[in-house]
Design a protein around this ligand. Structure first.
Ligand code: PBG
Ligand code: ZN
Length: 322
């Protein structure tokens, strides 16, 4: 104890500090979300997400090369279709916006890790993450559709499918569909503990997927229920998931840390649109230093135990990490 032990000894110079640095943020850990809008002729800015745009399908090729040139090796694709209907049919159309973007990405950047969101809320006329039956989202019908969507992405050449619908049994159903189709090598990164969060608001502008009526509390986990969240993670592992995800990130770091303690499977954390918007809004007001805060936020997610971070900051932070 003091005066013998002095922790300041190892903080005396930058190079000593670097030697004892315990956790590291790397570009290799980051996944950049990309929004593709069917039928767009120009990119569309998203007011609530400064710097993020919906891009037209014909821009996917060049955009992917630019993202790759920034040193980012993984993207998460989201599609905004032209047509929505009761069965979300554009979601599993082999000529759909995501399926085409997967093929185009594979052509333009063959070594890009292609991940794609598997859900129905952009595609259903209700804006809910599943098929509506008798006034509610029908779980067991929906998971069959999620299996169809995943298989259509696999056909297009996806590496990782990422179900975000929070339906029970979605991982098992998707695994079964993929394996039956011969896509045993396509991995599943599930939004395992996806919370009913107000931090998704900017994303709903970006993806046009807000529920027309009600909310998602019947399928997403309450922020007050950490034990349920851990059950979600455990069940996904039993169902054969390859990577689990905690979402959002910043306000759920306790669950990232708890998952790291309990499980050996890779863990992803999704730093969601609201987390991005908070930092940008405060920066625009001159209240914080965006770059420093961005590094601290992403660093804290790593420190909590995440292997992978899905983040809208990926491109902005790339220059700082290289
Ligand atoms: C919908 C979906 C949402 C997000 C990803 N997929 C929003 C929601 O559940 O309403 C949020 C991502 C973000 O806010 O960045 N399946
Ligand atoms: Zn959804």
């Amino acid at each position: 104890m003091f005066p013998k032990q002095r922790l300041r000894r190892l903080r005396r110079s930058e190079n000593i500090r670097k030697m004892v640095q315990e956790t590291h943020l790397s570009l290799d850990d980051l996944v950049y979300p990309v929004f593709v809008g069917e039928g767009l002729s120009e990119p569309q800015v998203i007011e609530s997400m400064p710097g993020i745009r919906r891009i037209p399908p014909q821009m996917v090729h060049d955009e992917m090369q630019e993202i790759r040139a920034d040193g980012i090796s993984a993207v998460m694709l989201f599609g905004i279709p032209k047509v929505k209907d009761g069965l979300g049919s554009a979601a599993y159309d082999q000529d759909g916006v995501v399926q085409n973007a997967i093929r185009e990405t594979r052509r333009s950047t063959p070594d890009m890790v292609i991940m794609a969101d598997v859900c129905m809320c952009q595609y259903t006329d209700t804006g809910h993450c599943g098929i509506y039956k008798k006034g509610a989202v029908d779980n067991d019908t929906t998971i069959q559709y999620l299996g169809e969507i995943a298989t259509s992405y696999a056909k297009a050449g996806v590496d990782v499918v990422s179900p975000s619908a929070m339906m029970d049994g979605q991982v098992a159903a998707i695994r079964e569909h993929l394996d039956k189709g011969g896509y045993t090598n396509v991995a599943i990164m599930a939004h395992s503990a996806k919370h009913h969060s107000s931090l998704y608001a900017p994303f709903r502008d970006a993806a046009d997927c807000a529920p027309k009526q009600g909310d998602r509390s019947e399928y997403q986990v309450s922020y007050a229920n950490p034990r349920q969240a851990m059950m979600e993670v455990a069940l996904d592992i039993e169902e054969g998931v390859d990577i689990v995800m905690i979402k959002p990130a910043m306000t759920y770091l306790d669950l990232v840390a708890e998952s790291r303690r309990r499980f050996d499977i890779p863990i992803a954390a999704y730093s969601v649109s609201g987390e991005y918007a908070l930092v940008h809004a405060a920066h625009a007001q001159g209240m914080i230093d965006k770059n420093a805060v961005m590094l601290e936020v992403l660093g804290s997610i790593k420190r909590a135990g995440a292997d992978i971070i899905i983040t809208y900051f990926a491109r902005e932070v790339s220059g700082l990490l290289r």
